[in-house]
Design a protein around this ligand. Structure first.
Ligand code: HEM
Length: 133
């Protein structure tokens, strides 16, 4: 059995581009809906169009799929991209909660949902450590 995290197994499990875009749409829908999401929603621009595209393209490459983000938006360091923001445990946990709720309604296996949220917690924590507090 192919392990998540090897080659493009995670990208496949996430439903490729269509699946990742669906996840990102739901993630921002959760951010706009959940009480815990209000504060981090306010850190974003009013229009979420570009950030949805950026997060989707970034995640596609991060999951082992095509690396489209750099072609369209240039090279990126995830901690650096968040350095101007105040991100403490509350903001990190709110981000992960929105993602967890978004994963609940995806047509993914429970194993993959659990794997993905654990993997996303790693950059989220790295961001917290290097962002403003
Ligand atoms: C730890 C909690 C996080 C918070 C509160 C947060 C918040 C934000 C905000 C407010 C922006 C927009 C910045 C701006 O327009 O100036 C942003 C951009 C972005 N975030 Fe996060 N984020 C978090 C974690 C993550 C994680 C874990 C990832 C990826 C796995 C991620 C990927 C991105 C990407 C790709 C961008 C676009 C950066 C750019 O192109 O400039 N974020 N984030």
């Amino acid at each position: 059995m192919t392990q998540f995290g090897t080659f493009d197994a995670s990208y496949e499990a996430a439903g490729k581009e269509v699946g990742v875009r669906k996840l990102v749409d739901e993630f921002y829908r959760q951010m706009e809906t959940l009480t815990e999401g209000q504060h981090i929603r306010a850190m974003h621009k009013e229009d979420l169009g570009t950030i949805k595209d950026k997060l989707a393209l970034f995640l596609m490459g991060w999951l082992g799929g095509p690396r489209l983000y750099p072609d369209k938006y240039g090279s990126i360091s995830i901690p650096q991209a968040h350095q101007h923001l105040v991100i403490n445990e509350q903001e990190r946990d709110a981000w992960l909660l929105c993602m967890k709720e978004a994963l609940k309604v995806q047509d993914y296996s429970d194993d993959f949902k659990q794997y993905l949220i654990q993997q996303l917690a790693i950059p989220a924590e790295r961001i917290r450590l290097s962002a403003k507090s």
